[in-house]
Design a protein around this ligand. Sequence first.
Ligand SMILES: [Zn+2]
Length: 367
Amino acid sequence: MPFSDFHGNAEIVHRIREMLERDRFPHSVILAGPPGSGKYTLATMVARAMNCLERPTEGGLPDFCGQCSNCVRIGQSEDLGARLAEAVEARDALKETEKKETRLFVQTHPDVLVIPPDPPQMMIKVDQVRHVIDTIYFRPSEARERVFIFTDSAFMKEAANSLLKVLEEPPEFATIFLLARNPGELLPTIRSRSMILPLLCLSSSEIDTYLARHRPEWSAQQRALVARLSEGAVGRARSFNLAEYAAGRANAITLLSTALRSGDHSELFKMTESYRPGAEGREKMDLLIRCLYSLLEDLLFLESGSQDLVRNTDILPELRRLAQTASFTWLVAATEALGNVERGIRRNLLRSLSLDAFEATLEAPLK
Ligand SMILES: [Zn+2]
Protein backbone atom coordinates (compact mmCIF):
# COMPACT_ATOMS: atom_id res chain seq x y z
CA MET A 1 0.00 0.00 0.00
CA PRO A 2 2.77 2.59 0.80
CA PHE A 3 4.89 4.55 -1.69
CA SER A 4 7.08 1.50 -2.26
CA ASP A 5 4.08 0.02 -4.12
CA PHE A 6 4.34 2.72 -6.76
CA HIS A 7 6.18 1.28 -9.71
CA GLY A 8 8.69 3.34 -11.67
CA ASN A 9 9.49 7.07 -11.66
CA ALA A 10 11.44 6.67 -8.41
CA GLU A 11 13.08 10.09 -8.70
CA ILE A 12 9.78 11.95 -8.92
CA VAL A 13 8.36 9.99 -5.99
CA HIS A 14 11.47 10.78 -3.97
CA ARG A 15 11.18 14.47 -4.82
CA ILE A 16 7.52 14.51 -3.79
CA ARG A 17 8.32 12.90 -0.44
CA GLU A 18 11.13 15.37 0.18
CA MET A 19 8.75 18.24 -0.39
CA LEU A 20 6.28 16.63 2.03
CA GLU A 21 9.08 16.21 4.57
CA ARG A 22 10.02 19.87 4.39
CA ASP A 23 6.36 20.86 4.41
CA ARG A 24 6.96 22.63 1.12
CA PHE A 25 4.49 20.86 -1.09
CA PRO A 26 3.19 23.26 -3.77
CA HIS A 27 -0.48 24.27 -3.83
CA SER A 28 -0.86 23.24 -7.43
CA VAL A 29 0.87 20.33 -9.10
CA ILE A 30 0.51 19.13 -12.67
CA LEU A 31 1.24 15.43 -12.88
CA ALA A 32 2.00 14.95 -16.56
CA GLY A 33 2.35 11.63 -18.33
CA PRO A 34 0.77 9.12 -20.71
CA PRO A 35 -2.35 7.16 -19.73
CA GLY A 36 -1.43 4.40 -17.32
CA SER A 37 1.78 6.02 -16.08
CA GLY A 38 0.30 6.25 -12.57
CA LYS A 39 -0.70 9.92 -12.33
CA TYR A 40 -3.94 9.23 -10.46
CA THR A 41 -2.48 6.51 -8.22
CA LEU A 42 0.36 8.82 -7.23
CA ALA A 43 -2.01 11.72 -6.49
CA THR A 44 -4.14 9.56 -4.17
CA MET A 45 -0.96 8.29 -2.49
CA VAL A 46 0.18 11.85 -1.80
CA ALA A 47 -3.30 12.67 -0.46
CA ARG A 48 -2.94 9.73 1.94
CA ALA A 49 0.60 10.68 2.97
CA MET A 50 -0.59 14.23 3.70
CA ASN A 51 -3.43 13.01 5.87
CA CYS A 52 -2.34 9.69 7.34
CA LEU A 53 -3.11 9.63 11.07
CA GLU A 54 -0.14 7.34 11.80
CA ARG A 55 2.37 9.40 9.79
CA PRO A 56 4.92 6.61 9.34
CA THR A 57 8.29 7.27 7.71
CA GLU A 58 10.35 5.07 5.47
CA GLY A 59 13.99 5.83 4.73
CA GLY A 60 13.56 9.05 6.71
CA LEU A 61 10.80 10.34 4.41
CA PRO A 62 7.02 10.56 4.92
CA ASP A 63 4.92 7.56 3.96
CA PHE A 64 1.37 6.43 4.75
CA CYS A 65 0.01 3.46 6.67
CA GLY A 66 -2.88 2.51 4.38
CA GLN A 67 -4.91 1.41 7.40
CA CYS A 68 -6.02 4.44 9.41
CA SER A 69 -9.48 5.86 8.75
CA ASN A 70 -8.12 8.64 6.52
CA CYS A 71 -5.95 6.27 4.46
CA VAL A 72 -8.77 3.75 4.08
CA ARG A 73 -11.35 6.28 2.95
CA ILE A 74 -9.04 8.08 0.54
CA GLY A 75 -7.92 4.67 -0.75
CA GLN A 76 -11.52 3.89 -1.70
CA SER A 77 -11.15 6.44 -4.51
CA GLU A 78 -8.28 4.50 -6.00
CA ASP A 79 -10.47 2.35 -8.24
CA LEU A 80 -11.50 5.37 -10.26
CA GLY A 81 -13.31 3.39 -12.96
CA ALA A 82 -15.65 1.75 -10.44
CA ARG A 83 -16.29 4.99 -8.48
CA LEU A 84 -17.04 6.86 -11.70
CA ALA A 85 -19.47 4.21 -12.87
CA GLU A 86 -21.30 4.54 -9.53
CA ALA A 87 -21.42 8.33 -9.80
CA VAL A 88 -22.76 8.21 -13.36
CA GLU A 89 -25.35 5.61 -12.36
CA ALA A 90 -26.48 7.71 -9.39
CA ARG A 91 -26.92 10.72 -11.63
CA ASP A 92 -28.79 8.75 -14.28
CA ALA A 93 -31.28 7.72 -11.60
CA LEU A 94 -32.18 11.36 -10.85
CA LYS A 95 -35.12 13.27 -12.29
CA GLU A 96 -34.45 15.06 -15.58
CA THR A 97 -34.35 18.53 -13.95
CA GLU A 98 -32.01 17.45 -11.16
CA LYS A 99 -29.82 15.55 -13.57
CA LYS A 100 -29.02 18.74 -15.46
CA GLU A 101 -27.86 20.47 -12.32
CA THR A 102 -25.84 17.58 -10.94
CA ARG A 103 -22.17 17.56 -11.75
CA LEU A 104 -19.95 14.52 -11.49
CA PHE A 105 -17.58 14.02 -8.53
CA VAL A 106 -15.94 11.17 -6.70
CA GLN A 107 -15.66 11.72 -2.97
CA THR A 108 -14.84 8.98 -0.48
CA HIS A 109 -13.37 11.32 2.17
CA PRO A 110 -14.88 14.68 3.18
CA ASP A 111 -11.62 16.54 2.48
CA VAL A 112 -10.54 14.84 -0.72
CA LEU A 113 -12.49 15.60 -3.89
CA VAL A 114 -11.90 13.97 -7.27
CA ILE A 115 -13.13 15.94 -10.28
CA PRO A 116 -13.46 13.84 -13.46
CA PRO A 117 -14.35 15.10 -16.93
CA ASP A 118 -18.16 15.20 -17.17
CA PRO A 119 -19.81 12.98 -19.82
CA PRO A 120 -20.95 13.04 -22.56
CA GLN A 121 -18.57 15.87 -23.61
CA MET A 122 -15.84 14.50 -21.31
CA MET A 123 -14.72 17.97 -20.28
CA ILE A 124 -14.33 19.58 -16.87
CA LYS A 125 -17.25 22.00 -16.60
CA VAL A 126 -17.56 25.36 -14.92
CA ASP A 127 -20.08 24.09 -12.36
CA GLN A 128 -17.55 21.50 -11.22
CA VAL A 129 -14.91 24.18 -10.69
CA ARG A 130 -17.50 26.38 -8.92
CA HIS A 131 -18.09 23.56 -6.47
CA VAL A 132 -14.34 23.45 -5.84
CA ILE A 133 -14.33 27.21 -5.22
CA ASP A 134 -17.31 26.85 -2.83
CA THR A 135 -15.48 24.30 -0.68
CA ILE A 136 -11.76 25.00 -0.97
CA TYR A 137 -11.66 27.91 1.49
CA PHE A 138 -13.11 25.87 4.37
CA ARG A 139 -10.55 24.32 6.68
CA PRO A 140 -10.33 20.52 6.35
CA SER A 141 -12.70 18.77 8.74
CA GLU A 142 -10.96 15.46 9.29
CA ALA A 143 -7.68 15.79 7.43
CA ARG A 144 -4.72 18.17 7.61
CA GLU A 145 -4.87 19.09 3.96
CA ARG A 146 -7.78 19.47 1.55
CA VAL A 147 -6.91 17.73 -1.70
CA PHE A 148 -8.55 18.27 -5.10
CA ILE A 149 -7.68 15.98 -7.98
CA PHE A 150 -8.71 17.01 -11.51
CA THR A 151 -8.30 13.79 -13.47
CA ASP A 152 -8.13 15.36 -16.93
CA SER A 153 -6.72 18.48 -18.56
CA ALA A 154 -9.72 19.01 -20.88
CA PHE A 155 -11.41 22.07 -19.35
CA MET A 156 -14.29 24.06 -20.82
CA LYS A 157 -13.01 27.62 -21.33
CA GLU A 158 -15.03 29.16 -18.52
CA ALA A 159 -14.02 26.33 -16.19
CA ALA A 160 -10.33 26.94 -16.89
CA ASN A 161 -10.74 30.65 -16.19
CA SER A 162 -12.49 29.91 -12.89
CA LEU A 163 -9.75 27.51 -11.89
CA LEU A 164 -7.20 30.19 -12.60
CA LYS A 165 -8.86 32.44 -10.02
CA VAL A 166 -8.42 29.74 -7.35
CA LEU A 167 -4.78 29.25 -8.30
CA GLU A 168 -4.13 32.95 -7.90
CA GLU A 169 -5.04 32.77 -4.21
CA PRO A 170 -5.07 29.20 -2.96
CA PRO A 171 -5.69 28.67 0.76
CA GLU A 172 -2.66 27.38 2.66
CA PHE A 173 -4.36 24.10 3.58
CA ALA A 174 -5.32 23.02 0.07
CA THR A 175 -3.51 21.13 -2.67
CA ILE A 176 -4.72 20.86 -6.24
CA PHE A 177 -3.57 18.11 -8.57
CA LEU A 178 -4.07 18.49 -12.30
CA LEU A 179 -3.51 15.26 -14.19
CA ALA A 180 -2.55 15.81 -17.80
CA ARG A 181 -1.55 13.63 -20.67
CA ASN A 182 -0.20 16.76 -22.27
CA PRO A 183 0.24 19.82 -20.00
CA GLY A 184 0.25 21.97 -23.16
CA GLU A 185 -3.56 21.59 -23.16
CA LEU A 186 -3.77 23.67 -19.99
CA LEU A 187 -3.82 27.47 -20.06
CA PRO A 188 -0.26 28.87 -19.89
CA THR A 189 -1.40 30.94 -16.89
CA ILE A 190 -2.47 27.72 -15.10
CA ARG A 191 0.83 26.05 -15.97
CA SER A 192 2.86 28.98 -14.70
CA ARG A 193 1.13 28.81 -11.29
CA SER A 194 1.76 25.08 -10.92
CA MET A 195 4.72 22.80 -10.50
CA ILE A 196 4.94 20.31 -13.37
CA LEU A 197 6.09 16.82 -12.43
CA PRO A 198 6.52 14.53 -15.45
CA LEU A 199 5.92 10.81 -15.14
CA LEU A 200 7.73 8.80 -17.75
CA CYS A 201 6.81 5.54 -19.42
CA LEU A 202 8.58 2.43 -18.26
CA SER A 203 10.69 0.30 -20.59
CA SER A 204 9.29 -3.02 -21.83
CA SER A 205 11.73 -4.90 -19.60
CA GLU A 206 10.70 -2.90 -16.50
CA ILE A 207 7.05 -3.70 -17.24
CA ASP A 208 7.97 -7.33 -17.79
CA THR A 209 9.64 -7.49 -14.36
CA TYR A 210 6.60 -5.87 -12.78
CA LEU A 211 4.23 -8.33 -14.45
CA ALA A 212 6.30 -11.31 -13.33
CA ARG A 213 5.51 -10.19 -9.78
CA HIS A 214 1.89 -9.10 -10.22
CA ARG A 215 0.55 -11.45 -12.91
CA PRO A 216 2.42 -14.70 -12.14
CA GLU A 217 -0.29 -16.67 -13.97
CA TRP A 218 0.87 -15.28 -17.32
CA SER A 219 3.47 -17.11 -19.37
CA ALA A 220 6.75 -15.39 -20.27
CA GLN A 221 5.47 -14.98 -23.85
CA GLN A 222 2.20 -13.39 -22.66
CA ARG A 223 4.11 -11.03 -20.37
CA ALA A 224 6.42 -9.97 -23.17
CA LEU A 225 3.43 -9.32 -25.42
CA VAL A 226 1.57 -7.24 -22.82
CA ALA A 227 4.77 -5.33 -21.99
CA ARG A 228 4.98 -4.31 -25.66
CA LEU A 229 1.28 -3.56 -26.09
CA SER A 230 0.92 -1.45 -22.96
CA GLU A 231 3.47 1.04 -24.31
CA GLY A 232 5.22 1.63 -21.01
CA ALA A 233 2.03 2.30 -19.05
CA VAL A 234 2.20 0.20 -15.93
CA GLY A 235 -1.49 0.68 -15.08
CA ARG A 236 -2.54 -0.51 -18.51
CA ALA A 237 -0.19 -3.50 -18.27
CA ARG A 238 -1.53 -4.59 -14.89
CA SER A 239 -5.17 -4.52 -15.96
CA PHE A 240 -4.55 -5.79 -19.49
CA ASN A 241 -7.23 -8.23 -20.59
CA LEU A 242 -5.47 -10.56 -23.00
CA ALA A 243 -8.56 -12.52 -24.04
CA GLU A 244 -10.52 -9.36 -24.79
CA TYR A 245 -7.62 -7.89 -26.72
CA ALA A 246 -7.25 -11.08 -28.78
CA ALA A 247 -10.96 -10.96 -29.69
CA GLY A 248 -10.82 -7.30 -30.71
CA ARG A 249 -7.66 -7.89 -32.70
CA ALA A 250 -9.19 -10.86 -34.53
CA ASN A 251 -12.01 -8.54 -35.69
CA ALA A 252 -9.50 -5.91 -36.73
CA ILE A 253 -7.63 -8.49 -38.80
CA THR A 254 -10.90 -9.55 -40.48
CA LEU A 255 -11.51 -5.92 -41.44
CA LEU A 256 -8.03 -5.36 -42.82
CA SER A 257 -7.68 -8.65 -44.63
CA THR A 258 -11.13 -8.39 -46.25
CA ALA A 259 -10.20 -4.92 -47.51
CA LEU A 260 -6.79 -6.04 -48.75
CA ARG A 261 -7.95 -9.18 -50.45
CA SER A 262 -11.24 -7.61 -51.55
CA GLY A 263 -12.91 -10.94 -51.08
CA ASP A 264 -15.97 -12.34 -49.40
CA HIS A 265 -17.81 -9.82 -47.22
CA SER A 266 -20.18 -12.12 -45.35
CA GLU A 267 -17.79 -12.67 -42.45
CA LEU A 268 -17.11 -8.96 -42.29
CA PHE A 269 -20.78 -7.96 -42.13
CA LYS A 270 -21.44 -10.55 -39.45
CA MET A 271 -18.63 -8.97 -37.47
CA THR A 272 -19.55 -5.29 -37.99
CA GLU A 273 -23.17 -6.05 -37.09
CA SER A 274 -22.04 -7.23 -33.69
CA TYR A 275 -21.02 -3.63 -32.86
CA ARG A 276 -24.20 -2.50 -31.16
CA PRO A 277 -25.16 0.85 -29.69
CA GLY A 278 -24.86 1.42 -25.93
CA ALA A 279 -22.01 1.44 -23.45
CA GLU A 280 -20.90 -2.12 -24.07
CA GLY A 281 -20.73 -1.61 -27.83
CA ARG A 282 -18.83 1.58 -27.23
CA GLU A 283 -16.10 -0.22 -25.31
CA LYS A 284 -15.93 -2.93 -27.93
CA MET A 285 -15.61 -0.30 -30.64
CA ASP A 286 -12.90 1.60 -28.76
CA LEU A 287 -10.94 -1.62 -28.46
CA LEU A 288 -11.40 -2.40 -32.16
CA ILE A 289 -10.07 1.03 -33.09
CA ARG A 290 -7.08 0.64 -30.78
CA CYS A 291 -6.37 -2.77 -32.33
CA LEU A 292 -6.68 -1.37 -35.86
CA TYR A 293 -4.21 1.43 -35.06
CA SER A 294 -1.84 -1.03 -33.48
CA LEU A 295 -1.98 -3.39 -36.48
CA LEU A 296 -1.62 -0.59 -39.04
CA GLU A 297 1.37 0.70 -37.12
CA ASP A 298 2.93 -2.77 -37.06
CA LEU A 299 2.34 -3.13 -40.80
CA LEU A 300 4.06 0.23 -41.34
CA PHE A 301 6.99 -1.01 -39.26
CA LEU A 302 7.22 -4.15 -41.40
CA GLU A 303 6.91 -2.09 -44.58
CA SER A 304 9.82 0.13 -43.49
CA GLY A 305 12.03 -2.78 -42.42
CA SER A 306 11.75 -2.09 -38.67
CA GLN A 307 10.55 -5.47 -37.57
CA ASP A 308 11.99 -5.06 -34.07
CA LEU A 309 9.43 -2.30 -33.38
CA VAL A 310 6.43 -4.55 -34.09
CA ARG A 311 4.18 -4.84 -31.03
CA ASN A 312 1.89 -7.73 -31.93
CA THR A 313 4.82 -10.12 -32.00
CA ASP A 314 2.69 -13.21 -31.38
CA ILE A 315 1.04 -12.95 -34.82
CA LEU A 316 4.11 -11.99 -36.84
CA PRO A 317 3.52 -14.54 -39.66
CA GLU A 318 -0.04 -13.22 -40.13
CA LEU A 319 1.21 -9.62 -40.16
CA ARG A 320 3.83 -10.51 -42.78
CA ARG A 321 1.13 -11.99 -45.01
CA LEU A 322 -0.94 -8.81 -44.70
CA ALA A 323 2.11 -6.61 -45.29
CA GLN A 324 2.74 -8.33 -48.61
CA THR A 325 -0.52 -6.96 -50.04
CA ALA A 326 -0.54 -3.58 -48.25
CA SER A 327 1.43 -0.76 -49.82
CA PHE A 328 2.83 2.12 -47.82
CA THR A 329 0.34 4.53 -49.45
CA TRP A 330 -2.55 2.23 -48.60
CA LEU A 331 -1.46 2.00 -44.97
CA VAL A 332 -1.24 5.77 -44.64
CA ALA A 333 -4.68 6.16 -46.28
CA ALA A 334 -6.11 3.49 -43.98
CA THR A 335 -4.75 5.27 -40.90
CA GLU A 336 -6.37 8.51 -42.07
CA ALA A 337 -9.67 6.75 -42.76
CA LEU A 338 -9.55 5.29 -39.28
CA GLY A 339 -9.23 8.81 -37.90
CA ASN A 340 -12.49 9.64 -39.71
CA VAL A 341 -14.22 6.64 -38.17
CA GLU A 342 -13.07 7.77 -34.74
CA ARG A 343 -14.44 11.26 -35.29
CA GLY A 344 -17.69 9.80 -36.66
CA ILE A 345 -18.14 7.75 -33.54
CA ARG A 346 -17.62 10.78 -31.36
CA ARG A 347 -20.50 12.33 -33.29
CA ASN A 348 -22.42 9.14 -32.53
CA LEU A 349 -22.87 7.79 -36.03
CA LEU A 350 -24.27 4.30 -36.01
CA ARG A 351 -21.27 2.13 -35.26
CA SER A 352 -21.74 -0.71 -37.71
CA LEU A 353 -22.42 1.81 -40.49
CA SER A 354 -19.25 3.76 -39.84
CA LEU A 355 -17.29 0.49 -39.86
CA ASP A 356 -18.79 -0.49 -43.22
CA ALA A 357 -17.97 2.96 -44.57
CA PHE A 358 -14.41 2.55 -43.31
CA GLU A 359 -14.20 -0.76 -45.14
CA ALA A 360 -15.47 0.84 -48.34
CA THR A 361 -12.81 3.56 -48.11
CA LEU A 362 -10.12 0.98 -47.66
CA GLU A 363 -11.23 -1.02 -50.68
CA ALA A 364 -11.68 1.95 -52.98
CA PRO A 365 -8.03 2.28 -54.07
CA LEU A 366 -7.97 -1.39 -55.01
CA LYS A 367 -10.86 -1.24 -57.46
ZN1 LIG B 1 -2.81 6.11 7.45
